[in-house]
Design a protein around this ligand. Structure first.
Ligand code: AMP
Length: 442
């Protein structure tokens, strides 16, 4: 299928071609025609599937049709969990939407209000923002959702995880009932299904979820380590490899990211830290430097690095294993993007055996172990599978394994539509898509 077959207007087709996209990804070919037809959408799709264009292209097509403007009252609102993701949505919109060129406002927490008021006063067509700040503007009366035509929730599961449920409810309450809603989530458990049921009207269900495809373009390796000192020395050795174009190094705590980044800089690397305690300007500057190639090694925490989409990242290091198995997939998905291949290298010490088991059960494979001469661990790791039980996962999220899609399907059928039906919940039409046909290879 080509983009031309999706009923997109020439101005958007031109923008897409200039972006270098030739074939729609599965989420795009399923979602775009339905969204253009005005249907609500409930899509399970992760970052890396091309979901941004799947919701932004129909939104931009709507904005290409003129409508009266009013201060602070956008026609399209995109809700995202993090500031980084919001910035990336806007960047993508600027590229494929360059011939529509909508007036927009970016309403993010941690940023000064002054510019946001100014942008709202200028009658934006499109608002992209994080829930807390959006509610703030709603309560101050600077944002008016009464004219909203399309509401997009991007990474809705992450927004719930981050405690934005109440804010989401307030935003939904402020939007007109006849709006169109495009709901994107990586996982769909009972809480998510309840929220979706209340928000969506006869949604088309599209399922592009699955961690397996993400893993196919990424070579994964495991190094067993004795302790932190061993990890530091091994990292120092591995990051000096000429194979590394750019790398993200994940560590467990904000303090550790600073310490590691300082140590790498002292060793002569172009390294920097990225974590939630940095102010927004510093975070933006770091991301910009990463994109421009000024930074080669970015040491980051999970939340700060979520959604980073830089195709030149060749390696991901898990200096510490993540506590939740699903974060492992999110982390390694920072490499191998847009059809490129990538390498994910994890360090595990004896204290992380349980986390390693959880990850291996979740992705449905063992991580191949590698030993670098001169950096051998003194003891092997006991990676035999646990005798009983299922992998613990983040509370409120569905149990998943490498066979994520299969399990997801069973759950979705039980959970959706939710038992307690409301006016907006309704039967769904289902699409099942195998991601193997994704032109991006992701
Ligand atoms: P997303 O899931 O929206 O974060 O997109 C993941 C990556 O895929 C981004 O680098 C996009 O620029 C790229 N991408 C999205 N759609 C396409 C497409 N149809 N063809 C090629 N690359 C794409």
């Amino acid at each position: 299928m080509s983009f031309a077959e999706l009923n997109l207007i020439p101005a958007l087709l031109k923008g897409i071609t200039e972006c270098g996209y030739t074939t729609p990804t599965p989420i795009q070919s399923k979602a775009i025609p339905e969204a253009l037809a005005g249907r609500d959408i409930l899509a399970s799709a992760q970052t890396g599937t091309g979901k941004t264009a799947a919701f932004m292209l129909p939104a931009l097509q709507l904005l290409s049709e003129p409508a009266p403007k009013r201060r602070g009252a956008p026609r399209v609102l995109v809700l995202t969990p993090t500031r980084e993701l919001a910035g990336q949505i806007l960047d993508a919109t600027r590229t494929f939407g360059r011939y529509i060129n909508p007036r927009f406002a970016l309403l993010l927490g941690g940023m000064p209000y002054r510019d946001q008021f100014k942008d709202l006063q200028a009658s934006p067509d499109l608002v992209v923002g994080t829930p807390g700040r959006l509610v703030d503007h709603l309560q101050r009366g600077s944002l008016d959702l009464s004219r909203l035509e399309i509401l997009v929730l991007d990474e809705a599961d992450r927004m719930l995880d981050m405690g934005f449920k109440e804010d989401l409810e307030k935003i939904i309450a402020g939007a007109p009932a006849n709006r169109q809603t495009l709901f994107f989530t990586a996982t769909l458990d009972r809480t998510m299904a309840d929220l979706a049921g209340r928000m969506l009207r006869q949604p088309v269900r599209i399922d592009i979820a699955g961690s397996k495809m993400t893993l196919e373009t990424i070579e994964q390796r495991l190094h067993v380590t004795d302790n932190r000192q061993h990890k530091e020395k091994l990292l120092q050795h591995l990051v000096s490899s000429p194979d590394i174009n750019q790398a993200i190094i994940f560590s467990a705590t904000k303090r550790d990211t600073d310490t590691l980044a300082r140590a790498l800089t002292a060793q002569g690397h172009r390294a920097a830290a990225l974590h939630g305690d940095m102010n927004q300007n510093a975070r933006n500057r770091t991301l910009r430097d990463l994109r421009r190639g000024k930074i080669k090694l970015l040491v980051a925490t999970d939340v700060a690095a979520r959604g980073i989409d830089v195709t030149t990242i060749s390696h991901v290091f898990n200096f510490d294993l993540p506590m939740f198995a699903e974060d492992y997939v999110h982390r390694i998905g920072r490499t191998g993007r847009a059809g490129a291949t990538g390498t994910a290298i994890s360090f595990a010490s004896a204290a992380e055996t349980a986390a390693l088991r959880r990850i291996e059960r979740y992705i449905g494979q063992s991580l191949p172990q590698q030993v670098v001469p001169g950096f051998e661990p003194t003891r092997p790791l006991d990676t035999r599978p646990a005798r009983s039980g299922r992998a613990p996962v983040r509370s409120g999220r569905p149990q998943k394994t490498g066979e994520w899609k299969g399990r997801g399907e069973a759950r979705v059928k039980q959970d959706f539509p939710p038992k307690k039906r409301t006016e907006r919940s309704a039967p769904v039409i289902e699409y099942r898509t195998r991601r193997s046909s994704a032109p991006t290879g992701r």
